[in-house]
Ligand binder design. Structure first.
Ligand code: SF4
Length: 468
């Protein structure tokens, strides 16, 4: 943080003068970061012990239970979210449609304070505590009017409400939780540019989102509440990309890249497209869910000029796929953008079979392919969202074979501190003995499969060309 940053830091954080407040905040941030980083530098085994984690794959290979939580599903009744509907304008019913559909109006009128939220919804004591304390310490509160209308004002357990309204539980930090669970800061080669995998980079182009998810992996950067901002100058990152021909894939993320003004986004994409070795561009965004009004025909025309360009959205629950979201996704798909979805597995939100099944099937109807199901990262203050890893495996098993093959996302766990995405799958191989595999299919039925011995090439094949 530079002296200029210190001067411009917001007032009153610690109820003292701005430079001192900013200094204290910076010191707090870096001490938390150092504590987390110290853990990530330990050898994996020691890390695992400190984390209390069971890294043994044997534990994952035990036969998984297909015992569905019927009672819970009946209470949730995810089937009621199967169809696309619109929640309307709620308390903003007197706002003209043209204004309501203006994405800038939506941004200007976001709910960001306890007062604004309390005007429209009765908050529980735990939510009041979360809104007044957690947002100041960790991640700001912001909800677009559009998304607010999707929340159930009477049910604190509403799966959408829990994603965006903080609770006092965010103040609890488990010893294994990290400020930077993916170790991105360690791989930052230029401001905002993370180069961790061999041929691709993550380019964090903004720290702002339309609304803020309480489990955000990048809460250390996103929203500005932690005192950290991404520099607005993309120059050093672009310079790095020009001089690294091994990079063929650039993922724009943040924050949310589609919050950038059209001209700024176009300028950035044009600069990237001028780099000959960059083959594909990708954008990670939650805008079609939080602010579908932003997916304007102009934005779609702009994006289509930079193909091959891929977009991954982020949907966790079928109720997020409204009629407005469906239309926004259709506009993107119609300009030839392949769409994928990344969900985070969240306790009490989407950790049951029926909800997940309705979600992935509804995504396909929006022409979005389910891509990843993430185990919720070990980000500070998110224990209340995390499910056991075994639960994720059970959920994948409940989808595989029971619905369209490409509706089943890959379940991934992020190796703490920079290990990258580690795919996990239910194990369908029960044993391998005497040249035979004992396999289990999606129904749990066992099959013996005679394998080809490794020392032979199998029966000789006569290949005939169709042109003969
Ligand atoms: S939209 Fe993405 S980056 Fe923004 S708060 Fe949610 S998870 Fe974080």
């Amino acid at each position: 943080m530079t002296p200029a940053d210190l001067q411009s830091a917001p007032f009153g954080r610690f109820g003292i003068c701005p430079p001192t407040s900013a200094l204290l905040r910076t010191a707090t941030y870096w001490s938390r970061q150092a504590r987390s980083m110290a853990l990530t530098f330990l050898p994996p085994q020691e890390q695992a012990e400190r984390l209390g984690a069971r890294l043994s794959f044997d534990s994952l290979r035990k036969p998984f239970s297909l015992g569905y939580r019927r009672k819970r599903q009946q209470a949730l009744n995810p089937e009621r979210y199967r169809e696309f509907s619109s929640a309307g304008k709620g308390p903003w019913s007197d706002v003209p449609d043209t204004v309501w559909n203006d994405w800038r109006w939506q941004l200007r009128n976001r709910l960001t304070t306890l007062e604004s939220l309390s005007r429209f919804m009765e908050l529980t004591p735990e939510e009041r505590e979360g809104v007044s304390l957690a947002a100041k310490k960790r991640l700001a509160l912001a909800i677009t009017p559009y998304f607010f209308c999707l929340l159930d004002p009477k049910d604190p357990a509403c799966p959408l409400r829990r994603q965006v309204i903080p609770t006092g539980r965010e103040l609890f930090r488990a010893p294994y939780e990290l400020v930077d669970p993916c170790g991105e800061d360690r791989s930052m080669v230029a401001p905002g540019l993370v180069h961790r995998y061999p041929d691709r980079v993550l380019f964090l182009v903004t720290s702002r989102c339309a609304s803020y998810c309480r489990y955000c992996t990048r809460s250390r950067i996103v929203s500005g509440a932690s005192g950290r901002e991404l520099p607005p100058d993309y120059g050093p990152a672009l310079e790095y990309l020009r001089s690294h021909p091994e990079v063929r894939d650039v993922l724009l993320s943040g924050g949310d890249p589609l919050l950038l003004a059209d001209s700024k986004l176009e300028g950035l994409l044009a600069e990237l497209r001028r780099i000959p070795h960059i083959e594909i561009l990708r954008i990670g965004t939650r805008i079609p869910i939080f602010l579908p009004q932003r997916i304007t025909p102009e934005l779609c025309r702009l994006l289509r000029a930079f193909h091959p360009l891929w977009i991954n959205i982020h949907v966790n629950h079928p109720a997020e796929l409204t009629e407005e979201a469906r239309q926004a996704l259709e506009r993107l798909a119609d300009v030839g953008i392949p769409l994928g979805n990344q969900s985070v597995l969240l306790r009490g939100i989407n950790d049951d079979e029926e909800t997940l099944r309705v979600l992935v099937q509804k995504l396909l109807r929006c022409r979005v392919r389910p891509y990843y199901l993430y185990q919720c990262d070990l980000i500070e203050g998110t224990s209340h969202f995390r499910t056991p890893v075994r639960r994720g495996l059970e959920l994948i098993a409940s989808l595989r074979g029971h619905t369209t093959g490409f509706a089943v996302p890959q379940f991934v766990v992020e190796g703490p501190g920079g290990g990258g995405k580690i795919p996990l799958d239910p194990d369908y191989v029960e044993s391998f003995e005497n040249g035979q595999l004992r396999l289990r299919n999606y129904r749990g039925d066992a099959y013996l499969y005679p394998d080809v011995p490794p020392e032979t090439d199998g029966p000789a094949l006569t290949i005939r060309s169709n042109c003969d």
